[in-house]
Ligand binder design. Structure first.
Ligand SMILES: C[S@@+](CC[C@H](N)C(=O)[O-])C[C@H]1O[C@@H](n2cnc3c(N)ncnc32)[C@H](O)[C@@H]1O
Length: 189
């Protein structure tokens, strides 16, 4: 894994022809990705993470478990999303992205208007964005962004299955932090 994500992305997109494509942004060491891909053999599941060592761990997990439907891309998710064909993604999973809690750092948060536009462009009609955080104001930020996006509808009934077993979800549950959700789907055309 050398940061050149084009070949892995191409392989994942080829595998996704005729299948559901699901993208996990910030997959860390791949616990959610591996469990989710094992539970959904009909989906092509692609995890993206900035950190090479986490990607390597995730890749080893996928290999150990023999999951041909799962891929790991080492790169900036913003850039990878831009290269996804419009309307190709059935779900984006965004679990516990870095919260950047200080006010002066908030603009570094992953979920922001320009990135959301790219995600929505890549989403298929009816495709979902599933977001979990332990920060109340990040949850509110997500809900406001979704609610005011002309192509999205908030979906309070959506339940991100398995997100509570990610490394950060387990770590945060251990210190009593709750999982705060914001979910939406793309309006049918
Ligand atoms: C707080 S960790 C959460 C990891 C995992 N989702 C979990 O719940 O255990 C955030 C992860 O997002 C990754 N990350 C941060 N910014 C990113 C970006 N722009 N593109 C891809 N990955 C990113 C970090 O490297 C880190 O592994």
């Amino acid at each position: 894994m050398d940061g050149d994500h084009a070949p892995v992305l191409q392989a994942a997109l080829a595998a996704a022809a005729g299948a559901r494509l699901e993208i996990e942004i910030g997959c860390g060491n791949g616990i959610f990705l591996a469990d989710y891909a094992a539970a959904r053999p009909d989906s092509i599941c692609v995890g993206i993470d900035l950190k090479q060592r986490r990607c390597e761990k995730a890749q080893r997990k996928l290999q150990r478990r023999g999951l041909p439907n799962a891929f790991v891309i080492n790169g900036r998710a913003e850039e990878v999303i831009e290269r996804l064909p419009p309307g190709s993604v059935h779900a984006f999973h965004l679990y516990f992205p870095d919260p950047w809690p200080k006010a002066r750092h908030r603009r570094r948060r992953f979920l922001r208007g320009d990135v959301l536009d790219r995600m929505v462009n890549a989403l298929a009609a009816g495709g979902r964005i599933l977001f979990a955080t332990d920060f109340l104001d990040y949850q509110v930020q997500g809900r406001v962004l979704f609610a005011y996006h002309p192509e999205l509808l908030l979906d309070d009934a959506a339940a991100p299955r398995g997100a509570d077993r990610s490394t950060f979800a387990v770590r945060l549950a251990g210190v009593g932090a709750g999982m705060r959700l914001a979910c939406a789907y793309k309006r049918p055309a």
